[in-house]
Design a binder for this molecule. Structure first.
Ligand SMILES: Nc1ncnc2c1ncn2[C@@H]1O[C@H](COP(=O)(O)OP(=O)(O)OP(=O)(O)O)[C@@H](O)[C@H]1O
Ligand SMILES: [Mg+2]
Length: 251
C-alpha cells in the first residue's frame, strides 16, 4: 500500500527552480532512503512534504488523501512525524522530563480533569516503557544539555516515536554523530516496528545500505531513480556518478 505519494512536485525560490517534477511513492513500512549530492533539493523536498514550505505546484498524498494544502501541525495530527531540531528539546530539563512532556503533548492529559491520578500513572508508565525500550533509562536524570550531540539526536527520534506516528521523516540523522553513536542509531532504527514508515535523507553509504529497502536518488532537483538497494548498487550510471566520483561525500 502506498502511504506517501509525491506527485509532480515543483518548488521554486523566486527564479531558482529547485525541485523539478518530483514523483516518489513510499509504501507503508518502507525504509525509504533519499540520497543525492549537496544542494540536490533533499531538505527542500522534506520541507514541502511536511508543510514547512509551500509547494510551487504538485500534490502530496498521505494514505490516499491530499495533504499539501493543510498546515504542518495538521499533518502531524494525521501521523506525520519529523525529528525535532535540537532546539526543540528542553535543554535545561532531564531526559525523562523531556520524554514526559512529549507524551503529554500527544495526549490530552492537561484537559482531563476527571481522572488526573490515573493519567499520571499512565504517563509515568509510558515514560518508563519508552526509556527502557530505547535504552535511555540509565541517562534519565541527565540534563539534555549534558548529553552528547549524538545522544540529543537519538532523543529527538525517541520523542518523535512517542507520538505514535505513521511515518517519520529524518533529515541526515547521523551527521555529526560519532561512529559509536551512528551504530547506536542504526540499532535504534532497526528496532522501530514495521508499521511505522521511515523516510531518511542520509549521506553515510554504510548506513544507507544497512537500513534501506528502497532508495531514491535525487539529482539536481529530479528523482532520477527509485529502486531497491541492489538495483542502485548495480546501476552503472549511479555507480559512476555517485560512487566513482565521490559526489555523495558530505563535506
Ligand atoms: N529558502 C531558500 N531560498 C532560496 N534558495 C534556497 C532556499 N532553501 C534552499 N535553497 C536552495 O535550494 C537548493 C537545494 O537546497 P537543499 O537544502 O534542499 O539541498 P540538500 O539536498 O538538502 O543539500 P545538503 O545535502 O547540503 O543538505 C540549494 O541550492 C539551496 O541553496
Ligand atoms: Mg539538506
Amino acid at each position: 500500500m502506498t502511504l506517501l505519494k509525491i506527485e509532480d512536485l515543483n518548488k521554486s525560490f523566486k527564479a531558482l527552480h529547485i525541485l523539478k517534477g518530483v514523483n516518489i511513492e513510499v509504501n507503508k513500512g518502507e525504509r525509504h532512503v533519499i540520497i543525492g549530492p549537496n544542494g540536490a533539493g533533499k531538505t527542500t523536498l522534506f520541507n514541502c512534504i511536511y508543510g514547512t514550505l509551500p509547494l510551487s505546484s504538485g500534490k502530496v498524498y498521505l494514505a490516499g488523501k491530499r495533504i499539501d494544502h493543510i498546515p504542518s501541525f495538521k499533518r502531524t495530527e494525521k501521523g506525520m512525524g519529523r525529528t525535532f531540531q535540537k532546539n526543540n528539546l528542553f535543554e535545561e530539563l532531564t531526559v525523562e522530563e523531556n520524554v514526559r512532556l512529549a507524551i503529554m503533548g500527544k495526549k490530552k492529559y492537561r484537559l482531563n480533569m476527571f481522572k488526573p491520578m490515573q493519567n499520571y500513572n499512565d504517563l509515568a508508565e509510558e515514560c518508563h516503557r519508552l526509556l527502557e525500550e530505547w535504552e535511555m533509562t540509565e541517562r534519565r536524570t541527565v540534563l539534555v544539555k549534558e548529553l552528547s550531540y549524538g545522544e540529543q539526536r537519538l532523543l529527538e527520534i525517541i520523542l518523535s516515536l512517542s507520538t505514535n506516528p505513521e511515518i517519520i521523516l529524518l533529515d541526515e540523522p547521523t551527521s555529526g554523530m560519532s561512529p559509536t553513536e551512528t551504530s547506536r542509531f542504526v540499532k535504534l532504527i532497526k528496532k522501530i516496528p514495521d508499521h511505522i514508515t521511515l523516510v531518511i535523507i542520509e549521506h553515510d553509504m554504510e548506513v544507507v545500505f544497512s537500513l534501506a529497502n528502497k532508495i531514491t536518488v535525487l539529482h539536481h532537483g529530479t528523482a532520477m531513480m527509485t529502486a531497491s538497494p541492489e538495483e542502485i548498487r548495480g546501476n552503472q550510471m549511479i555507480q559512476e556518478i555517485y560512487f566513482g566520483g565521490g559526489a555523495l561525500s558530505h563535506d
